[in-house]
Design a protein around this ligand. Structure first.
Ligand code: NAP
Length: 253
């Protein structure tokens, strides 16, 4: 039996990833503020379960409460592997540094960086206690590796996520724990997040026209295509290179 916990499963890449994992025969728990009823139906059709946990990942207390409960439920002796896909993310605030409220920044950092760090910690602890291996995917962005005018929060949290992942991979390797952790860069996809990016004004976000062109010129990938790449990587656990940055642009034409 395999379990997968996918954050941000209500839509976008998270929904597609949850869908494909259900079709692969994984039991899936989706964590987001909104529910996705299509995933429940799909689970039934594939004789697996889909459970939704409502959680606002900007709240450290809610993260701890929700993931402690989930971990107690899924790290069981008959479970072969637990997948954790830290996919939920937000791009806002989009504007120059010097304009954001502290509360907005705190919310952003909690969703994009604190939540993956906290869930990784909680699941690694539980994996050690139960001897059930965990495979963690942290969804990053090309913005982790280049500075984008107006995205100082997003570039920082995604860069932090990459460094966190690589550090944890180094530790797990040293400990010969059998746990693996990777970053996955999904490239540009046709999701609500891209819609928010396109609706920014040029004064706040210099590259907005380039992103409007991506949509016009059909350069945004469908999330099902991107999720299929990730699920293919996850399906061969032995071949996963812990600490690696998997980049969809290197894996797809
Ligand atoms: N789209 C792109 O072109 C692109 C490019 C590079 C990287 N990425 C990364 O890919 C991942 C998925 O992006 P996407 O484009 O699929 O985004 P999306 O369509 O905007 O979906 C974001 C998901 O995150 C969840 N989420 C956001 N804030 C949350 C909160 N406070 N608490 C709980 N869940 C929250 C949302 O669920 P609820 O609203 O239901 O809570 C939703 O399911 C993100 O990490 C993003 O940074 C995207």
């Amino acid at each position: 039996m395999k379990y997968a916990v996918v954050t941000g499963a209500s839509k976008g890449l998270g929904e597609s990833t949850a869908k494909l994992l259900l079709q692969e025969g994984c039991h899936v728990i989706g964590v987001s503020r909104n529910m996705n009823q299509n995933l429940e139906k799909l689970a039934e059709q594939n004789s697996v379960t889909y459970q939704h946990e409502s959680c606002d990942l900007s709240s450290p207390d809610a993260i701890e409460h929700t993931f402690t409960l989930i971990a107690e439920r899924i790290f069981l002796s008959n479970v072969e592997v637990v997948y954790l896909v830290n996919n939920a993310g937000q791009v806002e605030p989009i504007d120059k540094a010097g304009t954001a409220e502290v509360e907005e920044l705190s919310q952003h950092v909690n969703v994009n960086l604190l939540a993956p760090m906290a869930t990784t910690n909680l699941f690694l602890k539980r994996a050690k206690e139960t001897n059930v291996p965990v495979v963690i995917t942290n969804v990053t962005s090309g913005a982790a590796e280049r500075s984008v005018y107006g995205w100082s929060a997003y570039c920082s949290t995604k860069a932090g996520l990459n460094r966190f992942t690589e550090t944890v991979a180094l530790e797990q390797e040293e400990l010969s724990s059998g746990n693996k952790i990777i970053v996955f860069n999904p490239g540009i996809m046709d999701t609500d997040m891209q819609g928010q990016i396109r609706s920014a004004n040029e004064e706040s976000f210099k590259d907005v026209e380039t992103f409007r062109d991506y949509k016009q010129e059909n350069k945004l990938r469908e999330t099902d295509v991107v999720a299929a790449t990730l699920v293919t990587i996850l399906s061969s656990v032995n071949q996963i290179v812990s600490g690696k940055r998997y980049n969809v642009n290197d894996l797809l034409q």
